[in-house]
Design a protein around this ligand. Structure first.
Ligand code: ATP
Ligand code: MG
Length: 550
C-alpha cells in the first residue's frame, strides 16, 4: 500500500512556477554516474524526481552522467536501468551525457571565442595551490590572457590527442578573487586518454561535472534540476555555464539534503571497496544498502518508496534511523505473507503416545488477518522438531515454554506435556519425550484448560532442510569521514544456521517471502538457493520498539 508524500519546499517551487507561468511543464531527471550500483540514497532522489514530475503531469528522464571514462562501466548502466524499473518508475527518455560531447565541445569553443575560457598549462596541483582560500583571493594563471586564436588552436590540439594527460586543461575565465572559490577559473575540460564505455576512443578530452551538468540539463529542457546540498555553492557556476554557453533552455538547480542512515555507508566509492575487497558477496549482498542488495534481502519496491516518501525532503542534513526502513517492510509484509513455521536450532520431541507410523494432516491458516491467503496442510506425526530455546530443564520464573511437567500448545496442533529428558553421557539433551492430548486439537473448540505457551514446530519426517541467514548491520557506526571506514565493519554481520522448514515450503521460489513464526520475515535467496537447498535471508525480525512519529 503506497503512502502519500506530504508537501515540501521543492513541490512549492514547482506549484509556484506553474502558477506564474514561468514553466508550462515540469521536466526532471535522475542523473546517476554509472560508476557503481544504486543505493537507498539514490532511491530518495529517484522517488523525488519521478513523483514530482508525475504529480504535475510532467516527465522524468533517466540520464547517465558518464563524463568520467575511467570509473564507468556498462555493468553499472544495466544494473541502474534494472533498479529504477524495479522501483516502479518509467522514464520518458533514456540519455547518456556522452551523447552530448560534441555539443559540449562546440559550446566550449563558443566560450573561447567570447574570451570566457582559456587553455591553461598549469598542473592540477599548481592550479589548486593558486586558487587561494576563503580569506585570500586566488592568483591569476600566467596563461589566462592567451588570445582567442591561440586558445582555439590549443583546444583543438587537445581534442586531437596532441597532449598527454594533465598537460593542459581548459578553464572558464571568471574571477580569481570571487568570494566563491568555485568561480575562480574552474577547470571545465581535462585530458584523459581512456576508453569510454559509450564513445570508445573517440574522445581524449572530457568535460568536468560542473560544466557538463548544466549543459545536459539545458539540452533536455529540464526545468528543475534537483541535486544534493554539496552543490549549493556550485549553483552560481551552474547559472554561469547556462548563460555564457547561451543555452536556450533555463533549468533551475535546487538542492536538497541527501539521505544518511544509521549504521550505513552510502558512498559508492566505499561500497565498491567492500565489493572489491570481497568483504561482501558482491553489490547485491543482502547486507548492502544497494537496491540490488535490498531486493535480494527481501525488501519490496513499495516499502522503499514509502520510506522515501516518509523521510521527506529538507534543506538540512540529518541521519535517518534504519529502523524506519524496517518499519515499512514490516507494514508491507504483515498482511501479504503466509505465516509459516521453521525451526532454526532443532530439538527433537517424541510424542510417546502417538501411534508409530501414523501421520495426520492439520489445517493451518496462512494469515489470520488476510483470509485471501487461504490455508495449507501441515503433517503431524510422532516425531517433531521444536526450537532448542523453547525447552529448559530448569526454567527460571515466568518461563512459559516447555519444561518437565509443563504443558504447552503446538501451533495449529495439540497440547503436549513434557515427561522425560533424554541425555547423552556428557549430559547434553538429545531429545525430549512428551505426550499429547488428543482432545486439544486446534480448531476443535477445546477450551477446558489454558496453557500459557504456544510453540512453533515442524514434523521431523516431513521437514525440509533449509539454511537461514541472519543479518546485523554491516557497519558498527554511522558513516563518518574521520575514521577509516574499514575499521568500522561489523565482523558479526551474518550468521548462517542450518535448520528445517515445514514441507509446504518445499517448492518455494527465489524472492518468495514468508513470515516465520517468532523469527521474522524471510526471503528466499535468489543467488544461492538451488533445487536441493532452500536458503532464506532474514529481512527483519518481527518486532521493534520503533514507531513512526516518535
Ligand atoms: P556517491 O557519492 O555515492 O558516488 P553520487 O552523488 O556521486 O553518490 P550520482 O550517481 O552522481 O552519485 O548520483 C545520482 C543522483 O542521486 C544525484 O542527483 C545525487 O544527488 C543523488 N544522490 C546520491 N546519493 C544520494 C543520497 N544519499 N541521498 C539523496 N540523493 C542522493
Ligand atoms: Mg556523482
Amino acid at each position: 500500500m503506497d503512502i502519500k508524500t506530504s508537501s515540501n519546499f521543492i513541490k512549492n517551487i514547482v506549484i509556484e512556477d506553474l502558477h506564474t507561468g514561468k514553466r508550462k511543464e515540469i521536466i526532471t531527471r535522475f542523473p546517476p554516474e554509472p560508476n557503481g550500483y544504486l543505493h537507498i540514497g539514490h532511491a530518495k532522489s529517484i522517488v523525488l524526481n519521478f513523483e514530482l514530475a508525475d504529480e504535475f503531469k510532467g516527465k522524468t528522464n533517466l540520464r547517465f552522467d558518464d563524463t568520467n571514462p575511467v570509473k564507468e562501466d556498462t555493468e553499472y548502466v544495466e544494473s541502474i536501468e534494472e533498479d529504477v524499473k524495479w522501483l516502479g518508475f518509467n522514464w520518458e527518455n533514456l540519455y547518456f551525457a556522452s551523447d552530448y560531447f560534441e555539443e559540449m565541445y562546440q559550446r566550449a569553443v563558443l566560450l573561447i571565442k567570447k574570451g570566457k575560457a582559456y587553455v591553461c598549462d598549469l598542473s592540477p596541483e599548481e592550479i589548486k595551490q593558486m586558487r587561494g582560500n576563503l580569506t585570500e583571493p586566488g592568483k591569476e594563471s600566467p596563461f589566462r590572457n592567451r588570445s582567442a586564436e591561440e586558445n582555439l588552436d590549443l583546444f583543438e590540439k587537445m581534442r586531437r590527442g596532441e597532449f598527454g594527460d594533465g598537460q593542459k586543461v581548459l578553464r572558464a575565465k571568471i574571477d580569481m578573487s570571487s568570494p566563491n572559490i568555485n568561480m575562480r577559473d574552474p577547470i571545465i575540460y581535462r585530458i584523459a586518454h581512456a576508453t569510454h564505455h559509450n564513445t570508445g576512443d573517440k574522445w581524449c578530452i572530457y568535460p568536468m561535472y560542473d560544466y557538463a551538468h548544466p549543459i545536459e540539463d539545458a539540452i533536455e529542457d529540464i526545468t528543475h534540476s534537483i541535486c544534493t546540498l554539496e552543490f549549493e555553492d556550485h549553483r552560481p557556476l551552474y547559472d554561469w555555464v547556462i548563460r555564457e554557453c547561451e543555452m536556450e533552455s533555463q533549468p533551475q538547480q535546487i538542492e536538497f539534503a541527501r539521505l544518511n542512515m544509521t549504521n550505513t555507508v552510502m558512498s559508492k566509492r566505499k561500497l565498491k571497496l567492500l565489493v572489491d575487497e570481497k568483504i561482501v558477496d558482491g553489490w547485491d549482498d543482502p547486507r548492502m544498502p544497494t537496491i540490488a542488495g535490498l531486493r535480494r534481502r527481501g525488501y519490496t519496491p513499495s516499502a522503499i518508496r514509502n520510506f522515501c516518501r516518509e523521510i521527506g525532503v529538507a534543506k538540512n542534513n540529518s541521519t535517518v534511523d534504519i529502523q524506519m526502513l524496517e518499519y515499512f517492510i514490516r507494514e508491507d509484509l504483515k498482511p501479504s505473507t503466509s505465516n509459516v513455521m521453521g525451526v532454526l536450532r532443532p530439538l527433537k520431541v517424541v510424542i510417546t503416545n502417538y501411534p508409530e507410523g501414523q501421520t495426520e494432516m492439520l489445517d493451518a491458516e496462512n494469515n489470520a488477518e488476510n483470509a485471501d491467503l487461504g490455508s495449507r496442510q501441515l503433517p503431524f506425526s510422532r516425531e517433531l522438531y521444536i526450537e532448542q530455546e523453547d525447552f529448559m530443564e530448569n526454567p527460571p520464573n515466568k518461563y512459559f515454554r516447555l519444561f518437565p511437567g509443563n504443558e504447552v500448545r503446538l501451533k495449529f496442533a495439540y497440547f503436549i506435556k513434557c515427561n522425560e529428558v533424554i541425555k547423552d553421557a556428557a549430559g547434553n539433551v538429545l531429545e525430549i519425550h512428551c505426550t499429547y492430548d488428543q482432545e486439544t486439537k486446534s480448531g476443535s473448540g477445546f477450551n477446558a484448560r489454558k496453557v500459557k505457551g504456544t510453540l512453533h514446530w515442524v514434523d521431523a519426517k516431513h521437514a525440509v532442510p533449509a539454511e537461514f541467514r541472519l543479518y546485523e548491520p554491516l557497519m558498527l557506526e554511522d558513516e563518518r569521514s574521520d575514521t577509516n571506514f574499514l575499521d568500522q565493519i561489523n565482523s558479526n554481520s551474518i550468521e548462517i544456521i542450518q535448520g528445517y522448514v515445514e514441507p509446504a515450503l518445499k517448492g518455494a521460489k527465489p524472492q518468495d517471502k514468508f513470515q516465520f513464526m517468532r523469527h521474522g520475515y524471510f526471503n528466499v535467496d535468489s543467488k544461492n538457493t538451488t533445487e536441493n537447498k532452500l536458503v532464506f535471508n532474514r529481512i527483519v525480525s518481527l518486532k521493534s520498539s520503533f514507531e513512526i512519529g516518535k
